[in-house]
Every structure is written in structure tokens, then in C-alpha cells.
Ligand binder design. Sequence first.
Ligand code: AMP
Ligand code: GLY
Length: 425
Amino acid sequence: MNILIIGSGAREHAMAWAALRNGNVAKVFVAPGNGGTAMMGGRVRNVPIKATELDALLDFTDREAIDLTVVGPEQPLEIGIVNRFRATGKRVVGPTMEAARLETSKVFSKDFMKRNGIPTAAYRVFRDYAAATAYLDSCGSFPQVIKASGLCAGKGVVVATTRQEALEAIHEFFENRIFGEAADEVVIEGFLSGQEASVFALTDGKEYRLFLSAQDHKRIGEGDTGKNTGGMGAYAPAPLVTPEVMNKVEERVIRPTLDGMAAEGYPYTGFLYVGLMIDNGEPSVVEFNARLGDPETQVVLPLLKSDFVDALVASLDGGLASVPFEMHGGAAATVVMASGGYPDAYESGRQIDVDPSVADIEGVLVFHAGTRQDGGRLLTSGGRVLSVTALGGSLKEALDRAYQGIGKISFEGACFRRDIGAKAL
Ligand code: AMP
Ligand code: GLY
């Protein structure tokens, strides 16, 4: 079996790593991949096609007799990669563009949750500056959460603690148009208190299987301070998601979401990412994503004991409910090493030095994101550079190992958070 993985982050590196564990997999292609997937060698190869070049990707699947395509990021989902692939009879894991609106349109997603009685913050939708400011003037309490409806690479949400901050956000969205069309519609929703965790399902539209829950660290600074990023580290499982909470998430969120999407004519297939706020054991949905998370994938996939590819195939060909989907005991943690300056402007092209003894630390897996091979050297080429992951018998052991791994890797300007997982210890 030949597999094509679409994307270039540490999530896709982790997927390639997981795919290789299946003995029936002959070749794994990653389009476009990164310096880490380039170095895997053997059955893995990068393909220089961008994730949104759908024609070129389709041609490639014909040329290389690809049996299964897995979509990592959201942008190709938004432009209909799954619709295009399916229309030509190709097997692809992901939701159609209509189903992916659970992520690509916050207005769709909020309206869908309301129609289907799925717990989420109360909200209003605005299409112009005047109406939004009038509403904010009438709001009795803050924080209010301002969200651009469209895709903004995780940057389209402002938790405004004062009216002034909220008005500034609305001005940026509607008047300065910092997100362009992605902020033609804006959701203003109530603030949810509690703690965040995420749950991930693989689904065929009817049946689903759950990965372990995880917790991301979205802010750049220690103690959850500073700007939002794509994610600076994660761990799994999240102790916050007790079996009771998971039951509630299944009954109140996952089941009604799959049933509702099917009933409305857009069966949801692929990975469903449920971002939750949990307050006193009661979960509400903060957001859906139409894919696996990054960096959460780097912890939930290594904890999947059963075969990843067999589960993907079952999600397409039937048998998802009975395919083995067992998890390892213990825990996993990942710490992201980023370029100096990230999430603002950062410099690229720094040489990355990796002490080979990193491979001797038990349980450590180094997944690459913004890296590229240049002759014999490995250079930085993005904001998030590496996702240093470790498995352990406990979260503490996993974290210790991940930080030991970080100690073996250096590049100029490297930054990372030293407090990943600290809250859960
Ligand atoms: P989103 O992109 O919708 O996940 O929002 C990004 C981040 O903003 C979330 O991970 C939360 O930390 C925060 N957030 C979003 N919506 C809310 C809300 N209604 N209440 C509190 N925090 C929120
Ligand atoms: N880590 C958050 C996301 O993938 O959206």
C-alpha cells in the first residue's frame, strides 16, 4: 500500500512515523513534508507539491499509485480536496468542504451547535462594524470573545477583557480588515470559564473511535502569557477529561454532531477535533477543527498502540467499530522549539545542531516542523521548528525525557516553554 500524507508540520511527520509501523505500507509520500520527513529515508519521500495544489496532488496519486491519502492541515479541506479526490474515486481521509465548515466557518459551526443542542457559549453574529459596536455598547459584562468566522491560522480570536479591547478588535476585523474576507462575518460570544482540553475522534460519518484526550499550550509565554501561537507543547492524556467527562462529551457533543451533520446532508468523515472548556466536570465546545491538532497529534499518535493505517482504512472501507484501537498506558509530552521572535516575525535559515545521543534517550521522538535539509545541514525554515516528544510511564517521566531531548538540540534564537504539562503534575 502506498500512502500520501498532505502537509508539512510535525503533525505530518508524526503521521508518517505512525504509518511506517504498518508492514503493508510500501511507500509513504509527504507533500510537501519538511527536513524531518526528508531524513526518514527508506520508505518515506517528500514530494515538492504544496498542500493546496489539488491538481498536482491528484496527478501525483495517479502517477505513484497512491492507495490512501491523509490530509493534515485545514486549508486543503476548505478548498475541497476531499470532494475532488472522491469525485475521481480516490480514497482520502478527511471531511468534505461542506463538512469541514465545522472548522472553516465559525458562524456555521455555532449555528450548527445551536440547532443541535450542543453545549457552547451563547453568541451573536455580525456582518458590519456599526452593528457590532452597538452590541458591544449594550453588553453588560466582559470578557467577551470576538472571533473572525473564517480561517486565520489560529489568530482570529480575541478574548477581550474590557469594552475598549473588544471595540479595538472589531475595528481591526471590520475596518482595518486584518484578516480580509475571513472576518466578513464575526462571532461575539460569551466567555466560558474553566479549563481547556481536546478530544479527537476518527469517524466514518456514523461510527467513531476516540484517541486519548490532550492539552495544548497556545500562548508563547510561560504561565500561559503573551501571544497566541499554533501551540507550544502538549501532553496526553489530559487528567481533566475523566471517564465521566468523556461520556458527556460523547453523548452531548460527538454523537449529536455526527448525527446532525448526516441529517443535514453533510456526513462528517475523517478526524474531528473537539476543543472543550470544562467547568466543574461540565464540557462546552470552544471550537471544532476538521483535522487532528498540532502539536496534539505528536502526543496522541505515539500513544496509539493499535495500527494507525488499519484504522484509517477501516474508516473508509467499513469496520471502524471493530478495528483494534487500543492505547498505550502511561503518558506522552511534546515541547515545541520555536524560532526567536515567533509568533511575530522570526529569522529562518539558522543551523540546527542535534547531538546524536538524543536517540539514546528512552522514549524520545523528534518530530520536525519548520526545518529543511540543505546539503548535509539541517536549517530552520519556520516559526515552530521541532516538536520534541517523549513517552513515559507517567507524565512526569515523559516531560523529563522530552526536556532531556531538548537539551541535546540547539539553534540560534531557539525558544521553548519550560512549563509544558506543569499544571497537570
Ligand atoms: P478558538 O480558535 O475558537 O479555539 O479560540 C482560541 C482560544 O481562545 C481558545 O483555545 C480559548 O483559550 C479561547 N476562547 C475561545 N472562545 C472562548 C470562550 N467562549 N470563552 C473563553 N475562552 C475562549
Ligand atoms: N493545536 C491547536 C490546533 O491544532 O488547532
